[in-house]
Design a protein around this ligand. Structure first.
Ligand code: SAM
Length: 260
């Protein structure tokens, strides 16, 4: 059964890791083993791993179900940031079929064409349009409306690759694209303590510098999980009136629910 506890108060959450000391030791050992390999550019990383991607992400299965279950039943237009092959959309499709309701129109944004091709192949019958590119650059809304177009925005396991400074304008853009009363469902990998944040930031700095082909504006695939309360504060600074924490039954992962 999916664990699904929702609270406004971070301190009420169960521990993100069952064994904190072991998790930190394992993470430290893993990072040390990786620090001989230059960072890979984001889209290249996912492109070379496109075969077996869905099976690999099966370890996060409860995240998709819990996140999809939080998409309002009356959502008619959904924004999906970092949609990849659309595992969260697969979960939403299962819910819509089971409940006999319509699947919403979806605008996805992703920079890895190989994964997006898989998404289109899985859902040829749906109103899904993916904008290929970075969600930091691609406009979410369509002129002439230009704002407040979506009932809900979702992102699963994508935004943990970026700094809090980078997230602020991104979350602001999501807030602007949502209709009043809309929700932003940000399901992601979060750190269990400041030490984990620092360890991963150092890992990102070292391996990014090892790849001389990575330009200043290029993204690399290195996890940079943040404390969920810091991320929630950024969502609030971006305009969300309330941010809730929702457990998803996967260690190290939470769903943040931002309300416009
Ligand atoms: C781990 S996958 C998650 C995909 C999907 N949401 C899922 O959970 O299966 C991360 C996705 O985020 C995309 N991504 C990472 N950074 C991005 C950016 N700046 N703009 C658009 N997509 C990005 C990657 O291309 C990849 O498809």
């Amino acid at each position: 059964m999916n664990s699904n506890f929702i609270t406004k108060n971070y301190k009420e959450l169960p521990p993100l890791r069952a064994d904190l000391a072991k998790h930190l030791a394992d993470t430290r050992a893993w990072i040390e083993s990786q620090c001989v390999r230059p960072a890979e550019e984001m889209a290249s990383f996912f492109t070379v791993r496109e075969n077996g991607y869905d099976e690999h992400m099966g370890q996060f299965a409860p995240c998709y179900d819990v996140t999809a279950a939080q998409i309002p039943a009356d959502c008619r237009k959904l924004l999906d940031l970092g949609c990849g092959t659309g595992l969260e959309l697969d979960a939403l499709d299962r819910i819509c079929r089971a409940e006999g309701r319509a699947f919403p129109a979806v605008v996805g944004v992703d920079m890895t064409e190989a994964l997006v091709d898989q998404l289109y192949a899985k859902h040829p019958d749906k109103d899904i349009t993916v904008k290929l590119g970075s969600y930091f650059d691609v406009p979410f809304t369509t002129e002439p409306c230009g704002k407040e177009e979506f009932d809900c925005a979702v992102s699963v396991e994508s935004i943990h690759h970026f700094s809090l400074e980078e997230k602020l304008p991104l979350f602001r853009k999501v807030w602007e694209a949502l209709k009043p009363g809309g929700v932003f469902l940000q399901c992601d990998y979060f750190a269990c303590c400041e030490e984990e944040v620092e360890m991963n930031e150092e890992h990102w700095r070292i391996r990014r510098a090892m790849n001389s082909e990575i330009g200043e504006s290029d993204f690399v695939h290195i996890d940079r999980p943040k404390m969920a309360y810091d991320e929630a504060a950024v969502m609030e600074n971006a305009g969300f009136s309330e941010v809730l924490y929702c457990t998803v039954g996967v260690e190290g992962t939470l769903l943040l629910i931002g309300k416009k």
